[in-house]
Design a protein around this ligand. Structure first.
Ligand code: SAH
Ligand code: CA
Length: 214
């Protein structure tokens, strides 16, 4: 998953604020009990999400792809005191443990956890967002982007994770799986879209930072 050299990754983690005990526990518990634990954001990316959220100071956050709640809790650290984070996951097997982790956190009253298909749930959400984190099925990133852009305030942000897809988005002709293709299209589409400005941060698996201009 990480495209950066492992030594630099370790050095960066050693020189980054630590995870708090609850995040550490979720991290360990995910590796012990869940399929695909590498999907969890982890220490370095988690601190990056927290820092970005604290810089943005959002009132309303939307996350698409909750998994075990790690990134949601990192993003919630930047919420305004009267803020709310809505997070969506299609996998109902996550519900018990993830709800319990949220309940243990400082942010339990501020988190609205929805189980279901994000493409069905997003149109039902009635508030506008200051920050959106797209981290669900990679084939649908462009669909999520179009669905959420209209719900993002002018000057608001969308972060899209895994846009380098372990490096497969580079134009290697043999890498033609659907997720890689769709992520390549997504990255191109965002860069051409006049409604936004964007920067691709090549940390971990690549995070596209998008700011809505209009
Ligand atoms: N954001 C988490 C990791 C998310 S992993 C973190 O950084 O720690 C991706 C998640 O997207 C999985 O839990 C998967 O169940 C969810 N997902 C996949 N397709 C989805 C869909 N159509 N709607 C909502 N969630 C979806
Ligand atoms: Ca991810």
């Amino acid at each position: 998953m990480d495209i950066t050299n492992e030594k630099f990754q370790d050095y960066a983690e050693q020189h980054t604020s630590p995870e708090d005990p609850l995040l550490q526990k979720i991290n360990r518990d995910t590796y012990a009990n869940f399929l695909y634990p590498r999907m969890l954001s982890g220490h370095l990316q988690g601190r990056m999400l927290s820092m970005l959220s604290k810089m943005i100071r959002p009132r309303f956050i939307l996350e698409i792809g909750t998994y075990t709640g790690y990134s949601a809790l990192c993003l919630a650290e930047g919420l305004q005191p009267d803020g709310k984070l809505t997070t969506i996951d299609i996998n109902e097997e996550l519900e018990g443990r993830t709800t319990a982790s949220f309940a243990e956190s400082l942010y339990s009253a501020m988190i609205d956890f929805r189980i279901g298909d994000a493409q069905e749930i997003i149109p039902q959400l009635d508030n506008q967002f200051d920050l959106v984190f797209i981290d669900a099925d990679k084939e649908n990133y462009s669909n999520y982007y179009e669905l959420v852009l209209q719900k993002v305030n002018k000057g608001g942000y969308i972060l899209a994770d895994n846009v380098l897809w372990s490096g497969k988005v580079l134009n290697e002709p043999e890498k033609t799986d659907i997720e890689t293709e769709r992520l390549r299209e997504f990255n191109k589409m965002i860069t051409k879209d006049d409604r936004v400005e964007n920067v691709l941060l090549p940390i971990r698996d690549g995070i596209m930072v998008i700011r809505k201009l209009v």
